[in-house]
Design a protein around this ligand. Structure first.
Ligand code: SAM
Ligand code: DTB
Ligand code: SF4
Length: 327
């Protein structure tokens, strides 16, 4: 079937497939850039209003001092990055930040903790935060590391909408990036989250020195999950001084856009997030990502510990592009 014939079949663009082979994903990456972006844009508009962008604000509720060795992460205790370890935030301070995020225009509030996995006592405190944020009329998301099945059920009972847990990269490259937990550990946590009835937010990071084949492997793995993650963050590595990846070579911006486009085509019903790394991206690059099917962003001047564009700058960009917040 020719590209145009395929595009003519709108039904095809809406079909959710869970059997993407690496060969098929490789073929998408190999398409001429305009063809790939055109195809991703077509898939996007069959499944979503392409003028809408979902807006989430992040807050680090427990910063630094993490025992894991993720080579990209400024919060790992073992790297000298200047991030100070802090205790879990108070409920009131978290709710104040959530109120401010809502007033600034976010529809979802995402709370991140630098843990390998939460202790049950910590989970009680996080559940209270989820309840409180939800009561403000915001969607809730947390990312706390590995979970047991019981912990996932407790979070669901507190009203949690999304759990973020990334695969980060391909199964083959993973061992170069993290040694303190396995790919299988991650898949198990994702299974517990799914079984508990929480929406899954799962994606990865590019620009970590991985090969094209690793980006292919990462998308093929995400798209072969039994249910596609409802939210797929595509992060561009934020290179932080002191981490092993501080000197990673910059990914060609067009290869980042290609990754977004392939994620959009392989997971047509998922919200694809133009995630970390926007602070260093040109407006033109971000516009290309939206054209290629990205339809959510982190909003607010800070990700967890690193900078993100200021709200004014983002509102101006969305305005220039004629994009509106998703209800
Ligand atoms: N500690 C928990 C965990 O790792 O599961 C939750 C917080 S962790 C910071 C959440 C995600 O942020 C990581 O899985 C990784 O994908 C992303 N991340 C961390 N540092 C990053 C960086 N420097 N650049 C891009 N993404 C990063
Ligand atoms: C995700 O995929 N990216 C966000 C969120 N999920 C938790 C985190 C990005 C962190 C970037 C580095 C930092 O600010 O510490
Ligand atoms: Fe810890 Fe999460 Fe950072 Fe890994 S990504 S070092 S688990 S905070």
């Amino acid at each position: 079937m020719s590209l145009l014939q395929e595009l003519g079949s709108q039904r095809h663009a809406a079909v959710l497939r869970h059997d993407w082979t690496r060969e098929e994903v490789r073929a998408l990456f190999a398409l001429p850039f305009p063809e790939l972006v055109f195809r991703a844009a077509a898939v996007h508009r069959v499944n979503f209003d392409p003028t809408e962008v979902q807006i989430s604000t992040l807050l680090s509720i427990k910063t630094g001092g993490c025992p894991e060795d993720c080579a990209y992460c400024p919060q790992a205790a073992r790297y000298k990055t200047g991030v100070k370890a802090e205790r879990l935030m108070d409920l009131d301070a978290v709710l104040a930040a959530a109120r401010a995020a809502k007033a600034a225009g976010a529809s979802r509030f995402c709370m991140g903790a630098a843990w390998r996995s939460p202790k049950d006592r910590d989970l009680d405190a996080v559940c209270a935060m989820v309840e409180g944020v939800k009561a403000l009329g915001l969607e809730t998301c947390v990312t706390l590391g590995m979970l047991t099945a019981g912990q996932a059920r407790r979070l669901k009972a507190s009203g949690l909408d999304y759990y973020n847990h990334n695969l980060d990269t391909s199964p083959e490259y993973y061992g170069q990036i993290i040694t303190t937990r396995t790919y299988q550990d991650r898949l198990e946590t994702l299974g517990h989250v799914r079984d508990a009835g929480i929406h899954v937010c799962c994606g990865g990071i590019v620009g970590m020195g991985e090969s094209l084949e690793d980006r292919i492997g990462m998308i093929a793995t995400l798209a072969s999950l039994p249910v596609h993650p409802e939210s797929v963050p595509i992060n561009l590595l934020v290179r932080v001084e002191g981490t092993p990846l501080a000197r990673a070579s910059r990914l060609d911006p067009l290869d980042f856009v290609r990754t977004v486009a392939v994620a959009r085509i392989c997971m047509p019903g998922s919200v694809v997030r133009l995630s970390a790394g926007r602070d260093d991206m040109s407006e033109e690059m971000q516009a290309l990502c939206f054209l290629a099917g990205a339809n959510s962003i982190f909003y607010g001047p800070r990700l967890l510990t690193t900078p993100n564009p200021d709200c004014d700058r983002d509102l101006a960009l969305l305005g220039k592009l004629g994009l509106r917040p998703m209800a």
